[in-house]
Design a protein around this ligand. Structure first.
Ligand code: SF4
Ligand code: SF4
Length: 434
């Protein structure tokens, strides 16, 4: 029987590992569709930023209540994995509580600590469920947060509650079996949180407690494997993607808009600041119409988005009722990548037009508030600007007000319809009045 359990466990481990490997390879291929990108700033500074934002969750504490609950879930997820390591080793070697004899009395302290975390995760997840579904917090109810995104956000919270309840129930049955002197059930000492569940399972036969202990063990570990596979399809991929994403983000001045090198060079040559370099071919296109014309960092951003909506809540265009939502920009970029990854780039669809509409990108004021608000260093503005550059420079599609402004900049070196020589007339008028 023990061998059967071991074989079943190894099959489950192998299938989960294979599914995760396939999905991660697919995501990597999709991100590699993007153009080259070199992050600005020394790697030591970028590492520091990664530790503060991804590991330390620094920006989450801008909203302290949500920040503390999020931190509890995160730290619970990371630390409880130490117990999962023991469960995996037990599964492989057919042992029970492998670490208990090695750690001695410290084992009991450790498991009690994990149980406190497990309770904290359950409470935080319940509060998050209420916040999302009962309270009317605007950013959770925008038009892009219906159907799958809404279900995804709820599912993950429910799965976490089930996983934590399974581990506590497993420990409760384990304690009953220890007290009954069942074979292989190593003494763990009192486990204060799971002890509270003992009345639920007390008074049953030893066989029933054995069955329940194994049942919750399997629910917990199978749930963890299923969760690990599911996460790669979910917005919760940010748990892992936040690390490379913050590490590779730029350290250049906040709000600095990326220049178009081809255009800058052309202007410098016209002004005599630079010599033309041989017969350099003209750029094939300006801006981006599809995901393969964005940088790989823009694409990594899309896979790192937590769909938290902090960017949309700060976006002046969205607040004033425009169609633009920076969160939707990131979700659409990811959806198009998935679509192109599955059906090929040349499937007659484009990011601009089929996923993101002209009305959305034209509403952006380029204020940078979305970039400032994002807890994991995502830059929706960069994608918006690349799409807008395509519209303006490749399709010459601009609102009429912009055309007049751009003609003025070209002719008068300023957005106003005055000749440069008249620019200081107002000062001369002031002088003559005095
Ligand atoms: S930069 Fe654009 S998308 Fe971002 S907050 Fe400002 S207006 Fe919204
Ligand atoms: S871009 Fe950042 S702030 Fe906006 S929804 Fe995604 S993770 Fe949240």
């Amino acid at each position: 029987m023990a061998y059967l359990e071991q074989i079943g466990f190894l099959i489950l481990l192998g299938i989960s590992g294979w599914l995760i490997y396939k999905r991660v390879s697919f995501i990597k291929r999709n991100i590699n569709m993007g153009q080259s990108y070199k992050p600005k700033g020394p790697s030591s500074e970028r590492f520091k930023k990664m530790m503060l934002l991804a590991f330390g969750q620094k920006k989450m504490f801008d909203k302290p209540v949500a920040g503390i609950m999020h931190f509890l879930i995160y730290i619970g997820f990371v630390l409880i994995n130490i117990e999962v390591l023991e469960i995996i080793l037990d599964g492989i070697f057919g042992t029970h509580r492998l670490f208990a004899p090695v750690l001695g009395s410290f084992y009991s302290t450790l498991i009690n600590f994990f149980e406190i975390l497990a309770l904290g995760v359950i409470v935080s997840c319940l509060i998050f469920l209420i916040r999302r579904n009962v309270l009317s917090i605007d950013r959770f109810h925008k038009s892009e947060m219906t159907a799958w995104p809404k279900l995804d956000a709820n599912l993950i919270l429910i799965i976490e509650i089930v996983l934590m309840f399974a581990i506590l129930s497993m420990n409760a049955n384990d304690q009953i079996l220890q007290n009954a002197g069942a074979e292989h059930y190593t003494e763990t000492g009192s486990l204060f949180i799971s002890e509270m569940l003992i009345p639920l399972y007390n008074g049953m036969s030893v066989e029933m407690n054995l069955l329940l202990e194994r049942f919750f063990w399997w629910i917990h570990i199978a749930g963890i494997f299923a969760f690990a596979v599911y996460v790669t399809y979910s917005k919760h991929l940010h748990i892992f993607m936040a690390f490379p994403n913050t590490y590779f983000s730029n350290l250049s001045a906040k709000g600095k808009i990326k220049n178009m090198d081809d255009v800058s060079n052309e202007v410098k040559i016209m002004l005599g600041m630079q010599q033309p370099e041989g017969d350099a071919p003209p750029p094939s296109s300006f801006g981006a119409k599809d995901v393969n014309q964005l940088s790989w960092k823009n694409l990594m951003d899309a896979y790192s988005c937590t769909e938290c909506g902090r960017c949309t809540a700060e976006c002046p265009a969205n607040i004033t009722g425009k169609k633009l939502s920076p969160r939707k920009i990131m979700m659409d970029t990811r959806d198009r990548m998935e679509d192109a990854g599955k059906h090929g780039l040349e499937n007659g669809k484009f990011l601009l037009g089929d996923f993101i509409k002209e009305e959305e990108i034209m509403a952006c004021t380029s204020c940078n508030a979305c970039v400032e608000a994002c807890p994991v260093s995502i830059n929706p503005l960069e994608i918006i600007l690349e799409l807008r550059r395509y519209k303006v420079m490749e399709e010459s599609k601009t609102p009429p007000e912009w055309t007049a402004m751009m003609t003025n900049i070209e002719n008068n070196f300023a957005p106003w319809a005055f000749s440069p020589s008249d620019r200081f007339n107002w000062a001369n008028e002031l002088k003559s009045e005095n």
